[in-house]
Write a protein that binds this ligand. Structure first.
Ligand code: MG
Ligand code: FE
Length: 170
């Protein structure tokens, strides 16, 4: 495939790297704030470790493809704005909004890696495609966990909210 296709792939790999940096920031902020939802917190902590592993995988891909990561693209700023909205969400139902936002974010990652796999295969970079498939499995698992647990997180929040003097939001 053409140089142009490889240039696009390189751009999208840089985007993915920016997304993973933002993911770590956002997940860490959530884990630090969560006090009363230990199961959710534990799953987020697990995904922070997975996210750091994904960053290492992407670092390897970027260096193997000779991509300099010094210039962060525009998407980094956009994702940052989204995440600040999530992290700074000091609403009374913060745990519910945070879990919903986490689900949305995981789906952004799912779309990104699904597209990257198509691009990597299109230029014949099967090493990158395979690595992105490994990451994609983790993103799908996190998205599925959040969706599966959203009803009980919401119910737990409502139960705590009903007790006077009990902190429910986080
Ligand atoms: Mg990720
Ligand atoms: Fe993720």
């Amino acid at each position: 495939m053409t140089t142009a296709a490889n240039d696009h792939l390189n751009d999208w790999l840089r985007d993915a790297h920016a997304i993973e940096q933002q993911a770590e920031t956002m997940l860490t902020a959530q884990a630090d704030r969560l006090e009363h939802y230990p199961e959710l917190r534990a799953r987020i902590v697990q995904h922070i470790e997975e996210t750091r592993g994904q960053q290492r995988i992407l670092d390897g891909i970027l260096s193997r493809r000779g991509i300099k990561n010094s210039v962060l693209k525009d998407l980094g700023g956009k994702v940052a704005a989204f995440s600040q909205g999530v992290g700074g969400m000091m609403t009374s139902d913060e745990v519910v909004k945070g879990a919903m936002a986490g689900y949305v974010f995981e789906n952004l990652e799912i779309a990104s890696y699904t597209s990257l796999i198509g691009a990597a295969n299109a230029v014949g970079d099967t090493t990158t495609a395979t690595a992105c498939e490994q990451i994609l499995v983790q993103e799908k698992a996190m998205a599925a966990w959040l969706l599966d647990h959203l009803p009980q997180i919401t119910a737990a929040f409502l139960a705590r909210s009903a007790i006077p003097g009990v902190e429910a939001k986080i």
